[in-house]
Design a protein around this ligand. Sequence first.
Ligand SMILES: Nc1ncnc2c1ncn2[C@@H]1O[C@H](COP(=O)(O)OP(=O)(O)OP(=O)(O)O)[C@@H](O)[C@H]1O
Length: 261
Amino acid sequence: MKLQARELRWQVPHSGTARSIVEDVSLHVAEGELVGLIGPNGSGKSTVLRMIYRILRPAAGAVSVDGRDVWRMSARDTARLMAVLAQENGGEFEFSVREVVSMGRTPHKSAFARDDQRDIDIVHAAMLRVGVLQLAERSFATLSGGEKQRVLMARALAQQAGLLVLDEPTNHLDVRYQFEIMNLVRSLGVTAIAALHELHIAAHYCDRLYLLENGRLAASGTPAEVLTAEHIAGVYGVRAAIRLHPRSGRPHIEFMPDEPV
Ligand SMILES: Nc1ncnc2c1ncn2[C@@H]1O[C@H](COP(=O)(O)OP(=O)(O)OP(=O)(O)O)[C@@H](O)[C@H]1O
C-alpha cells in the first residue's frame, strides 16, 4: 500500500484572515516503507497526520492511498485501509482493554455484529504481541500512560490495515517498550508513517524522514541526510555532533545543549 500527500495546506482563522498551520507539504510513503515525520513542538506533525487520517480536511492539496483520494472515501472504507495510533481521545475510557482492542475489528464487521471466533483470535493475538494480554479485563481508564499506549497499538494491529499512521507511538513508553513498539512496526512489513519526537528512534528505524519547521518542510531524505548538525541546530536550536555508524550508515546523535548554536 502506498501513501501520497500533495501540497497540503491547513489554516485557522486569524484576525479576519487565515493563518497557515501547514503549508505546501508533500510527502510519499512507498510500499513497506517506514517514514518518520519529525520537527519541534508545534511544527505541524499532528496536523499533517490528521489530514492523512481524515480528521482534518485540507484547505488545499490531496491525500491518496494506492491512488484513491481518502477524502472521496467513506470513513469506514478508510479504516479498512489505514489503522491510526493517535493519542487517546477519551472515547476508550468506559471500556475494558479487551473491548478497546476489539474496536479495531469494527471496520470489518456489519453494524451491531458480534465478534466471531476469528475476531476473538485476532484480538487475542494483538494483545499478546504488545504484551497487554494480562491486562485484558482491566478498565482502560485505570492503566498507566505506557500501558494505554500499548493497548492502542494492539487496537491498531487488530485492524489489520496495510497502512499504519502513528502519532508519537513511543509517547509514555519506557526505553524497552520504545524499541519493542518500533521493532514491532518494522516487523509487520506494512507501510507506515510516524510522527516522532525521539530523534535517535527516527535515526535508527526510519527508511526516510521529513523534517517540519513552522508547518513547512525544511528537509527530507534518508536519516543521514536529514539528521545533520546543521538541520538540528537550524530547526531545533540545539548543537549536536553526528557520527555515522560505519556499517548501517545511520546517524548517532550526541546533543551538546550547553554549547551555543
Ligand atoms: N484548531 C487550532 N486553532 C489554532 N491553532 C491550532 C489549532 N490546531 C493546531 N494549532 C496550532 O498549530 C500548530 C501545529 O500543531 P501540531 O499539533 O500539528 O504540532 P506538532 O508538531 O504535532 O506538535 P507537538 O510536537 O507539540 O505535538 C501549533 O502551534 C498549534 O498550536
